[in-house]
Design a protein around this ligand. Structure first.
Ligand code: AMP
Length: 221
């Protein structure tokens, strides 16, 4: 299955993509994680991406599209994948359709995690991350031991772009450049809206329910 996880920054895309990927046994591909890996490892891609990420802007399409193409051409993606944070522009969306069409594939579902603007800013300003990918919130979803990951004992950190100022730019960027993609998938009849305000486990339950419903209809899983 090919699933796209849509939603504003901090709507839960990373968390829910990980749940779906694990459940279906397919890779979780996050372009944000790929860029952060490149930044941490001082690669030329990382140096270029950092200029935009730190300001809350999108990395240019050309670079992002190439990175995505290289990733989905890998062997582990042949039975499907969950895309988290891609596409973020109409240009990326169209090029993804073309890439898939060229190898006789198409997107099964686009899952849109719906949260209000106030919730986005509240979540971003309290978010703490672990390098294993697990996300926490200092008030609503704290780790059991302060600043230590419940899963891997790693030390939690705050993403450089998780400040209130950058959060507002990211939200603005999302509304102008990414939100229009929702309409495209709605017209294609593959969009499912999920209330992203609920607790993580309830959101996962709703997401997996929709995937199961789709799969039973298609005989995919
Ligand atoms: P994320 O981890 O998905 O919140 O992404 C963090 C940042 O990486 C974004 O704010 C963008 O600057 C950049 N980024 C991630 N995915 C994309 C994309 N598909 N297109 C452009 N920039 C991206």
């Amino acid at each position: 299955m090919i699933i796209i996880m849509l939603g504003a920054p901090a709507s839960g895309k990373g968390t829910q993509s990980a749940v779906v990927a694990q459940k279906l046994g397919i890779p979780h591909i996050s372009t944000g994680d790929i860029f952060r890996w490149n930044i941490a490892n001082n690669t030329p891609i990382g140096a270029e991406a950092k200029k935009y990420i730190d300001k809350g802007l999108l990395v240019p399409d050309e670079l992002t599209i190439n990175i995505l193409r290289d990733r989905i051409e890998m062997e582990d993606c042949k039975d499907g994948f969950v895309l988290d944070g891609y596409p973020r522009t109409i240009n990326q969306q169209e090029s993804l359709d073309k890439m898939l069409e060229d190898c006789g594939k198409s997107i099964d579902m686009a899952i849109n995690l719906v949260v209000t603007d106030e919730e986005v800013v509240r979540r971003i300003s309290g978010r703490r991350m672990c390098k294993c990918g697990k996300a926490y919130h200092i008030v609503t979803y704290p780790s059991k031991k302060p600043d230590i990951c419940d899963l891997c004992n790693g030390e939690l950190y705050t993403r450089k772009d998780d400040t209130v100022e950058v959060a507002n730019t990211r939200l603005d960027t999302y509304k102008k450049q990414s939100e229009p993609i929702i309409g495209v998938y709605m017209e294609k009849g593959i969009l499912v809206d999920i209330d992203g305000h609920n607790p993580q486990d309830k959101v996962s339950e709703d997401v997996l329910y929709e995937i199961h419903k789709y799969s039973s209809k298609q005989g995919v899983v």
